[in-house]
Design a protein. Sequence first.
Length: 118
Amino acid sequence: MHELSIAQALLDTALTTAAEHGAKRIATIRLRIGGLRQVVEESLRQAFDILSEGSIAEGSVVRIDWVPSVWRCGVCGCVVGAEDAADTCSCGSREFSFEGSDDLVLTSVDLECDDDED
């Protein structure tokens, strides 16, 4: 289960960011994950919840923006989800290009800081 190591890396990065800003709590962590990354969302969330227990990240919300993989027709430009691909496009073409990503990017960390800090 590689979701555990991913969750640990996300937690480490979020905690480092929080420490740099003197945060008292991590409210939200946002990720962008490409459809080719092969991450099981529920496993990632569970691993993060377990690893963050007792830290300032405990109870934080993990928001994931999934970037889907698609097939694009080289003739008409029609886009079809990778899971819905067929042998031919609705225009009759068989010229497809595949567009996808295996990125996993921590896009932002929302922190709660003390009221007297900027």
